[in-house]
Design a protein around this ligand. Sequence first.
Ligand SMILES: *Cc1c(COP(=O)(O)O)cnc(C)c1O
Length: 474
Amino acid sequence: MKYISTRGQSQARTFSQALLTGLAEDGGLLLPEEYPQIDDMTLHQWRELSYPDLAFEIISLFATDIDRDDLKGIIAKTYATQTFGTSDVTPVRTLSNGLKIEALSNGPTLAFKDMAMQLLGHLFEYVLSRDQQYLNIIGATSGDTGSAAEYALRGKQRVNVFMLSPHGRMSDFQRAQMYSLPDHNIYNIAVKGMFDDCQDIVKALHNDADFKQHYHLSTVNSINWGRIMAQIVYYFKGYFAATLSNEQKVSFCVPSGNFGNVLAGHIARSMGLPIHRLMVATNENDVLDEFFRSGRYVPRTADQTFVTSSPSMDISKASNFERFIFDLLDRDAAKVRQLWAQISQGQGFDLSDLLDKIHHRYGFVSAKSTHSDRLKTIAYLYREENDLIDPHTADGIKVALALREAGEVVICLETALAAKFESTIHEALPGEKINIPRPEALAGLEDLPQRVVVLDNDASAVKNYIRQQLDQSV
Ligand SMILES: *Cc1c(COP(=O)(O)O)cnc(C)c1O
């Protein structure tokens, strides 16, 4: 399988190359040159497979330059009961109103990003050792991505993680999660600034070609192809859990920000999985909802982005969106280049003439949820169903209830656990004595010693720190 750029001006890559690089040289995103097609017979055979076996069948279609036996071992090691809590890995439960919830958040950091990031950790280590390479992952986080990356790469050979976070701006839980890791290849840097400042510093480091090359910088951000690929698996798994035969169709409802999660659903559907509709749920930052209703995509700036109680969806420029547009335009890379040139000039684009194709051929629909919807939905599920959900999942449930048609089976993806967002849970259920369950391994997390360095909001301060740490260890 070869990987091509959505902008059509980069050389095709192998899977391993796509895994280790972020953007293509032409600024586009990498996609498989075609989506493998799964026929009815194969789908039937896959129905009974365990999560790791199913993951192997799907991932081996994409990761074609990894030795098959090695890949099988890596996947078995990744999707283990001890990492994800159950042998099902992504169990599906049904509410009394008929909605289904697929649990994706039982990994080490209690958010769905572990589903892909845990695999990436093992794949990175494998490819780096096979190819005798070293990497330093530099990233910025406002919460979930950074911790998922650190837990995936902690203690791995040939790779270090330098993770920038805004000093004093994350929840106690999120801070404790990242800063308490004792592993020597994990470096936490708290920057005296905001999340956007952290991102700007990361960009500045990557734009310094000499520094980047000398220190083998890379990223594991949400555009990494390996992450999208790993996420395709749980759409198949959820489909099999919710149906008895391949004649049935289901819809998925996905709390969305950077469009990485629901893009994997689009690819599963393109491979032939009988998905009826893909429901995109946004919060108050509704740039995607605007597109799927009107066909107009108008990214917003950082100061037009709201800080909400579902913070991992506070995104106004969806980095994976370009991959869907490439498919929507029948893979016309010249047209994608033209649209993203408009975006880089601060304009949006208008594809309202394709709305029918977006809705009917690709099955996309959308709606948004607000702070008060979120609180009401959390309270409703707790009181009526005795089911405690997190604010992001609540956005999904609210949207699924609004969009569901008679007879439609909808699987809502659970993207985080309530334990990560205790204050919003208490706000939703004021005065009630609720016990927010937390996995045993995380008991007393906030009391563990923390390792973090606080640096000025300045790219050269961060560079100096990285130099010091890496030159020392050589
Ligand atoms: C990252 C994240 C999302 C958004 O997923 P995208 O792939 O960026 O669309 C939703 N909910 C939670 C809890 C997340 O961590």
